[in-house]
Design a protein around this ligand. Structure first.
Ligand SMILES: NC(=O)c1ccc[n+]([C@@H]2O[C@H](COP(=O)([O-])OP(=O)(O)OC[C@H]3O[C@@H](n4cnc5c(N)ncnc54)[C@H](OP(=O)(O)O)[C@@H]3O)[C@@H](O)[C@H]2O)c1
Length: 355
């Protein structure tokens, strides 16, 4: 479909089914200042944005590699020579996905709603004793019924707290990479549908005004703010952290919503959305582009960093710091001390052999 037609459909169809979909309100956005612009856009695919980039010798972790954007991200990174550790909620599903792509991959089990599983996954990855160049926090859920885990609303647990623990426990390995990148797959729902006052610090159970769309958006705002605070904490290191919206894509993300909403989502995405190949482009771009070696704390859409204007909390550093402390408090029993390596032990980024 041509761009003009797609833009036209987006306006018309969007207006028609907006009430059925989460995240159809809108703040504005402008290009972020101080970040190199790429020539890629909403039509670019993951293969296109990684064309010519040799990832041999690099190691990536992709959570949620069994479906949709995560699968395509793994497939393309592996195709470019990257060794990919792909996670699935069961080892079997991760094995099935990993074995179906060309390249070197290792499946690992990860159930983000179970913090013991998250810790075990991180430990399994750490036991490989390798640096991690890219940690792509992609897995995510969009539920329908109200659920809690660990006393907190479930979207927040799966989409934010599970990844918070995973990143925390793997950060030590990222210090060992030449230039580590944490990539957080968020959503523009973070500024279109999240609560107006941002993170609900006094109601993380979301007992007030619960709706699945609002809870999903709340967890996606947490993704963005987590990445922002991580970038601040990592200033002065070679590790970067960025968040992104992949686009609107007909994946399995809507599997839990009602048949009517799922149908509307499919209709909307088939008319106006991206393909899965396009949906994985921004993740792959942010994870691999040589343009972005020192870009951190940014939010990307369509392969370019944007600043969201208006009253959203997308760039709210105060809430980001507060969220970090609240997340540490909630996951305290699952965190490890983050040790920075002793650089005297290294030469050209490689640990020297003991005499
Ligand atoms: N599709 C869109 O339009 C869109 C828009 C904005 C943002 N996103 C974000 O993009 C990311 C990828 O989503 P997608 O669209 O590719 O959806 P998807 O096809 O449903 O893939 C989601 C992946 O996350 C995994 N996952 C779900 N719940 C999990 C849990 N509790 N523990 C561990 N893994 C879990 C899934 O595993 P199973 O297959 O085993 O369930 C699957 O591998 C998500 O973070 C989503 O929020 C998507």
């Amino acid at each position: 479909m041509s761009m003009d037609r797609r833009r036209f459909m987006r306006l018309g169809a969007g207006a028609a089914i907006a009430p059925l979909l989460p995240g159809c309100g809108g703040d504005g956005k402008v290009p972020a200042t101080g970040v190199p612009r790429s020539d890629f856009d909403e039509d670019s695919t993951a293969e296109e944005v990684t064309e010519g980039i040799d990832l041999k010798g690099k190691i990536a972790v992709v959570t949620g590699c069994t479906s949709g954007i995560g699968y395509e991200t793994m497939r393309v990174l592996a195709r470019r020579g990257c060794y990919v550790i792909g996670t699935g909620r069961t080892l079997q599903s991760a094995q099935k996905a990993c074995s179906s792509v060309i390249g070197v991959t290792t499946p690992v089990q990860l159930e983000l709603s179970d913090f013991d599983s998250v810790a075990a996954c991180a430990d399994a990855i750490r036991s490989l004793n390798s640096p991690i160049d890219m940690l792509i926090c992609n897995a995510g859920m969009r539920g329908s019924d109200y659920e809690t885990a660990y006393g907190v609303e479930k979207h927040f647990v799966v989409n934010h707290l599970g990844h918070f623990i995973l990143v925390y426990r793997l950060l030590e390995r990222m210090y060992l990479a030449w230039q580590g990148r944490v990539v957080v797959v968020a959503s523009r729902a973070a500024y279109r549908s999240a609560p107006e006052d941002g993170i609900q610090f006094d109601d993380l159970r979301m007992t007030r005004d619960y709706s699945p769309g609002r809870a999903y958006a709340h967890s996606k705002l947490a993704n963005v703010l987590f990445s922002l605070e991580l970038a601040r904490l990592l200033k002065g290191t070679r590790i970067t952290s960025n968040a992104l919206h992949p686009g609107v894509i007909d994946t399995n993300i809507a599997r839990n919503v009602s048949v009517i909403a799922r149908g509307a989502f499919s209709a909307w995405t088939s008319m106006t959305g991206k393909s899965i190949e396009q949906g994985a482009a921004t993740s792959c771009f942010v994870a691999t582009s040589p343009l972005l070696g020192s870009t951190s704390g940014q939010y990307f859409e369509d392969c370019n960093a944007v600043t969201v204007t208006g009253g959203s909390h997308m760039h709210d550093s105060e809430q980001a710091s507060r969220l970090w402390l609240a997340s540490e408090e909630l996951t305290r029993d699952y965190l490890v001390e983050i040790k920075r390596p002793d650089w005297n032990e290294f030469e050209n980024g490689i640990r020297k052999k003991k005499e």
